[in-house]
Design a protein around this ligand. Structure first.
Ligand SMILES: O=C(O)C[C@H]1C=CC(=O)O1
Ligand SMILES: [Mn+2]
Length: 384
């Protein structure tokens, strides 16, 4: 007889949190972030938590917080409730057999399953993934206030506080000359020693990219992220072949299959891997393995997850055998408030990896009640 604990319930909750400042990307300006929080309760009384986020609703990709919640409530939860809670691979294969796409919903649920399994076994999630290669992860910061003077002040304060020493600039929403002047102003303000990268978020056509990358190389930018449209892989390949500066695929690389296709074409020097675009922690490691095999550098990307999603990603990138380009797991720091008891710890330019069983993050239930989008209907339910 199988006596393994089973999945008792899976709940997906939308939570809206304000950001500390406007965050400007080529396709949207964020003033808040929506977290889809998953709570997965098991028959042995343990609860796992997971999270998925998007950027600007549907502005960045084709899954929204609302569609993630709907996929979990309507499809993933009914498939999993009553099944073995301890066999994460079997559970996710069951989901894969009946649910196409929806990588964000899959990722949020897989995180919760790994969290609860880690608690059950007394092991941190990174141990379930094969063990951590590093106990802390370098984290860059994105300068995206839209104002160069403010960006320089922000970066200098962060270097002084020993929180970040590498900075990513969001460009692509202005004419090229303006964007280049913006990067130049920040380079002047920070000096030649500070490592700068840029993210174009697909905004350029190939002709603009050729001019733009040449100018950015001259300014001493170290990495150019997704300069052209996600689906324009041939242009990405030509740019990677043409320039010495590292070209990173972000929106173009979701999972191991994308990683393989891009590697076959030598279309990028580095991949930004993101847990929700890959479809979970294991799928991210599988994409990382392809990158490793192809000699492509790995960068721990973010979709500006909150504390739960960022720590889940930290467990993966800590377990990845290589991580040549560090991470951008700063999402929790962009949020004015949080829904966890203890926020992730950033120290000496690095995010510290939790070493306790599971993810090592606990929900603050009062804060969750306050920030959840359906709080009005919840209050009615409590008083009724
Ligand atoms: O990289 C992206 O495209 C998304 C995201 C990550 C950091 C940031 O500021 O935006
Ligand atoms: Mn990017």
């Amino acid at each position: 007889m199988n006596t393994s604990p089973t999945i008792h319930s899976i709940e997906a909750i939308l939570v809206d949190l304000p950001t500390i400042r406007a965050h400007k990307l080529a396709m949207t300006t964020m003033m808040r972030q929506t977290l889809v929080i998953v709570r997965l309760v098991c028959s042995d009384g343990l609860t796992g938590i997971g999270e998925a986020t998007t950027i600007g609703g549907l502005a960045y990709g084709d899954q929204s917080p609302e569609s993630i919640k709907s996929a979990i409530d309507t499809y993933l939860a009914p498939l999993l409730v009553g099944t073995d809670a301890t066999r994460v691979n079997v559970a996710m294969q069951r989901v894969a057999a009946s649910v196409q796409g929806n990588s964000f919903a899959k990722s949020a649920v897989e995180i919760a399953l790994l969290d609860v399994q880690g608690q059950r076994l007394g092991l941190p999630v990174h141990a379930l993934l094969g063990g951590a290669m590093r106990s802390a992860l370098p984290v860059l910061w994105t300068l995206a206030s839209g104002d160069a003077t403010r960006d320089v002040d922000e970066a200098l304060a962060l270097i002084e506080a020993r929180r970040h020493k590498v900075f990513k600039l969001k460009i692509g929403s202005h004419p090229l000359a303006e964007d280049i002047a913006h990067v130049q102003a920040i380079r002047r303000g920070l000096g030649d020693e500070v490592m700068l990268t840029v993210d174009v978020n697909q905004a350029w056509d190939e002709t603009t990219a050729v001019q733009g990358i040449a100018a950015l190389e001259a300014i001493g930018v170290s990495l150019i992220e997704q300069p052209v449209a996600r689906r324009n892989r041939r242009a990405l390949k030509r740019l990677a072949a043409r320039f010495d500066v590292a070209i990173m695929a972000d929106e173009a690389v979701h999972d191991a299959i994308d990683a393989f296709d891009l590697a076959t074409d030598a279309a990028a020097d580095v991949y930004a891997l993101k847990i929700s675009q890959a479809g979970g922690l294991w799928p991210t490691l599988r994409a990382a393995a392809v990158a490793d095999a192809a000699g492509v550098g790995i960068y721990g990307g973010t979709l500006l997850e909150g504390s739960i999603g960022s720590i889940a990603a930290a467990h993966v990138f800590a377990a990845s055998p290589t991580l040549a380009w560090g991470t951008e797991l700063f999402g929790p720091l962009l949020l004015k408030d949080d829904i966890v008891v203890q926020r992730p710890e950033y120290r000496d330019f690095e995010l510290q990896l939790p070493q306790v069983p599971g993810l090592g993050v606990q929900l603050d239930l009062d804060k969750l009640a306050y920030y959840r989008r359906d709080r009005a209907s919840q209050a009615v339910a409590v008083t009724a």
